[in-house]
Design a protein around this ligand. Structure first.
Ligand SMILES: Cc1ncc(COP(=O)(O)O)c(C=O)c1O
Length: 458
């Protein structure tokens, strides 16, 4: 498989003209453009029937792989049952069932779930619960954190580029360094923060994991100062890091838990915000408060049925265990194969969430002579370039959205050892071509030049 030109797919022109012209142009800079048309389990096909191994899982939304047959069958059944997708004049049967199931999965005291449609909504619901329950207004979050792009979640976004065009956002939002308990305690001390919003590992900053015990201690500090901890497991949840929810491997329970993405098997839009009955009661517990947080499609039957089936599939197919065990083997294999590579700084991960950090190391003469040049080139393009080269070898993956020098390996949890071996070989082959920045600059400039001459052909 080599470079392809998908311009002839009619949907691409329409997308470029009517949806997001700049995105299509950007895909054309390196020639990443493909019209992906179908997916099944860990495989995705483009319109020319080229087959790709998926190591991205739709940014963590397809933990079950694509179009899991049990989710499809469950939804097909629902569509023949004359089910009411929502009834707002009485309790929703499907929502009740899903909330009870989530409460069982998360464990006490997280027994009340508010179901919505996206990750941003789930986090923002947590922020609203925290304000209403504490009567405080401020929020603390982490530098490098990503929680969505609604105005509320942008206010706690740890990446300035994403926030700036929309400012002023919510007042009273403070960023602290991730993993730094002293800064967190200093921010909590004035007792003005309704919530500390944090994800278990900074997913979009390149899977930065905190020092051991950080999250549990952060929760303890939050409780000490009357702040609620909102744990954003939109990406880490549903088995991604080797336990159903990442907090379950950390020996603590957050006040509020936000879920989304893979919760419905990647098929129906869904998000969920879990908290204790006590906190929920403070926020929305009276008859003049019960409707303060509401959205029409939140908890619709399609999404809830898909989520209930997803939880069953995760259990029946042992996917959380697979994430933990295969993830550990994949991490070890990648580390062994990339050991000593002059442009691989770190290979880290938890479960099937693995990050390869690219950049200068002590090895390689150019790294020693011109580390800032090597660092700048790696930061600006290496991750994206590696993703293009992997695509051309039939593997889909992407760098972290906020750190292009970190390649994320986030495959469906249905990955097998055979898929992992294919992936490791492809990563090794691609990175082996670049033992220094000179071949990287040569290849990238050559490709960009050619793409320029074709008018950034998709
Ligand atoms: C950790 C985290 N939180 C929240 C979100 C926002 O989710 P959504 O895109 O469904 O709004 C994302 C999306 O990537 C995420 O990774």
């Amino acid at each position: 498989m080599t470079e392809t030109n998908a311009r002839n797919h009619p949907a691409v022109e329409k997308y470029a003209q009517h949806v997001n012209p700049a995105f299509v142009k950007l895909l054309g800079v390196f020639g990443y453009g493909r019209a992906f048309t179908r997916g099944r389990d860990v495989w995705i096909w483009d319109h020319e029937d080229n087959k790709y191994l998926d190591a991205l899982s739709s940014f963590g939304a397809a933990n079950l792989g694509h179009n899991h047959p049990r989710i499809i069958a469950r939804l097909q059944r629902l569509l023949t049952e004359d089910a009411l997708n929502f009834v707002h004049v009485g309790p929703s049967i499907h929502q009740g069932e899903l909330a009870a199931r989530l409460a069982r999965a998360a464990g006490p005291p997280l027994e009340i779930a508010s179901i919505c449609n996206t990750g941003a909504e789930a986090v923002e619901a947590g922020m609203k619960i925290a304000r209403a329950a504490t009567g405080r207004s401020a929020f603390i979050s982490c530098e490098g954190g990503y929680h969505g792009t609604s105005l509320g979640t942008l206010s706690i976004m740890g990446e300035r580029r994403m926030r700036k065009p929309f400012e002023p956002l919510l007042a009273d939002c403070l960023l602290v360094p991730f993993g730094d308990l002293h800064s967190l305690e200093a921010a909590l001390k004035p007792k003005r923060a309704a919530a500390f919003v944090v994800d278990p590992g900074l997913c979009e900053a390149g899977l930065i994991t905190p020092p051991e015990g950080y999250l549990a201690e952060a929760q303890r500090l939050c409780s000490k100062y009357g702040t609620l901890m909102v744990l954003d497991e939109v990406q880490t949840g549903m088995g991604r890091t080797g336990s159903l929810f990442a907090f379950q491997a950390e020996g603590f329970t957050p006040d509020i838990l936000a879920l989304a993405k893979s919760l419905s098997g990647g098929i129906a839009p869904i998000g969920a915000t879990l908290t204790s009955a006590k906190i929920h009661h403070k926020a929305f517990g009276s008859m003049d408060q019960f409707d303060l947080h509401f959205t029409t499609f939140g908890g619709n039957a399609m999404s809830c049925a898909a989520a209930l089936e997803t939880l069953d599939v995760l259990e029946d197919e042992g996917l959380v265990t697979n994430s933990r065990e295969l993830g550990a083997r994949l991490l070890a294999d990648l580390r062994a194969r990339l050991d000593g590579h002059p442009l691989v700084r770190d290979v880290r991960g938890r479960g099937l969430f693995i990050a390869i950090e690219l950049g200068p190391t002590d090895a390689g003469w150019m790294n020693r002579l011109a580390p800032s040049l090597v660092s700048a080139v790696s930061k600006a393009m290496f991750g994206q370039w590696a993703a293009v080269k992997l695509l051309e070898r039939g593997v889909i993956c992407q760098p972290a959205t906020q750190h292009w020098d970190v390649l994320k390996i986030v495959p469906p949890l249905t990955f097998t050892q055979e898929h992992a071996d294919l992936l490791v070989n492809a990563v090794f082959d691609v990175l082996s071509e670049y033992q220094g920045v000179a071949p990287l600059i040569k290849d990238v400039t050559g490709r960009v030049g050619r793409q320029f001459l074709t008018g950034w052909s998709f």
